[in-house]
Design a protein around this ligand. Sequence first.
Ligand code: ZN
Length: 371
Amino acid sequence: MNCNNRALKICLYSVAILSLCITLNSCTQNSKKIIEIRGIYGNPKPFWDKGMNLPALGVNAIFVHSGSINHDMMEKARSEGLKIYAEFATLNGKNYVQDHPEAWAINEKGVRVEAASWFMGVCPTEPGFKKYRMNQLRDLLTRYDLDGVWMDYVHWHAQFEEPEPILPETCFCDHCLNKFAKDSKISIPEGSTAERAKWTLENVDPEWRDWRCQVIKEWATDMRLVIQDVKPGALLGLYHCPWNDSEFDGARRRILGLDYDMLKEVIDVFSPMVYHGRMGRDPEWVAENINWFCDRLEINYDSYPKVWPIVQAHDDPAKISGEEFEMVLKGGLSASSTGVMMFTTYSVAQDTVKTEIMNNLYNDLKRDHLP
Ligand SMILES: [Zn+2]
């Protein structure tokens, strides 16, 4: 009898311990990943004009084009306790190349590239252009007390934000060919630009691709140095093409020059531009892509680099339904992602269904995953 009682007690005790373990474990797992950023991309004015308060909508961070930032916006955003990040257009420069033809990107035929729909990539090695952009960054960080800068359009001349991307071979200007030859210790035979480009692509293609990725990384490194000098502690983020390693025959690295392994050493936060509608994908693709990306870069939610994707709310080329918007917002928070934002603020503010979806999700996250 005593023996049976004891066995029963031990058994009950074991069950109690087991239940406690399960409870603790589930609490630990739920509280492990903290969603830091409940963001919006674009000027917050459309919400403010409607008398909406961003923290009440669950928003805690705004990502705004650097040209739209002014002191009134900074003041109002700060009064609402928001983090403020500036989007910084880096290698897109239609006006710049018109005024500075020496920075016009050159294709493999030796002629100036045409705009790739609305994008005009400036030659990334032209020294005057680099200096111009770095001075702009320095001015921006000096003028405003920002929490970080998000580089945008950081790739060689191309267009990836369309269902049918435009993927030209560039840049074969004298700056690029000479710098490539010097950096890679390769002697390119004399000849016309078209002949030198042909020789390069036929004889040293892998070295050429590696070097192009290195040039892009150097842009990120130089921007980081400016940030460290003017605003230490501010984050360096990157809006980037979300293609995996094999899509379009490896064009993300081969043509755009984005090598994740190189960039990982410099970037604080990756923001894959998972615009499912613009790229002709299903909304489910967003979660798939973020899972792939976090796995590929071995992202940990509690260390740098972090992942805060930008998803599509904008009705282009077709209407993004409320259901779809909710799916891509949640998809953007998959795997080790610790934040999300959407393109654009205006698209959500003008649509009561989307506003309500964002409001519900962000406030849920605020309660369950308080930073
Ligand atoms: Zn060039």
